[in-house]
Design a protein. Structure first.
Length: 144
């Protein structure tokens, strides 16, 4: 095999190249040892495979909300809240349809976070303070 590689102009592989490619080293007795179990300093272990760059979780979430036409609240970096339904998205933008307001195209880098509008906390309004300031008529008559 080395002769063929020489004829083709390729240098023959050394024993070290075989170890790197296969990940195994044959010991003196001919038994194979894995590089991961080999003593440190002899051969470096293989690198772990990097996780995928994209898990598609973001795409799945957007598609699910778009299909259900879920009313969403998008909170921007400056704190402004945009309410509407996600109509379209791509790598850099979201298009939100709003009720009684023009549709808006939001760059993703300006979005702080988003959530479903139904999960929005309900704010209880304080009852009017006019009751607290003046006593009601029946109580005024009772006091006189």
């Amino acid at each position: 095999m080395d002769e063929i590689k020489k004829r083709l102009g390729r240098p023959p592989k050394s024993r070290q190249d075989d170890i790197v490619e296969s990940g195994h080293d044959t010991g003196a007795n001919g038994s194979a040892t894995n590089k991961a179990t080999a003593p440190q300093g002899t051969v470096s272990p293989r690198r772990k495979i990097a996780p995928p760059e994209q898990t598609n979780a973001e795409s799945y979430y957007y598609l699910k909300q778009m299909q259900a036409k879920t009313p969403m609240v998008v909170v921007l970096q400056d704190g402004e809240r945009i309410r509407g339904i996600i109509e379209w998205y791509d790598k850099h933008c979201l298009k939100v349809n709003r009720v009684k307001e023009p549709n808006i195209l939001l760059p993703k880098h300006s979005i702080k976070y988003l959530y479903k509008q139904e999960e929005e906390p309900r704010v209880r309004r304080a009852r009017s303070s006019s009751r607290d300031e003046s006593p009601s008529e029946p109580e005024a008559k009772h006091q006189a």
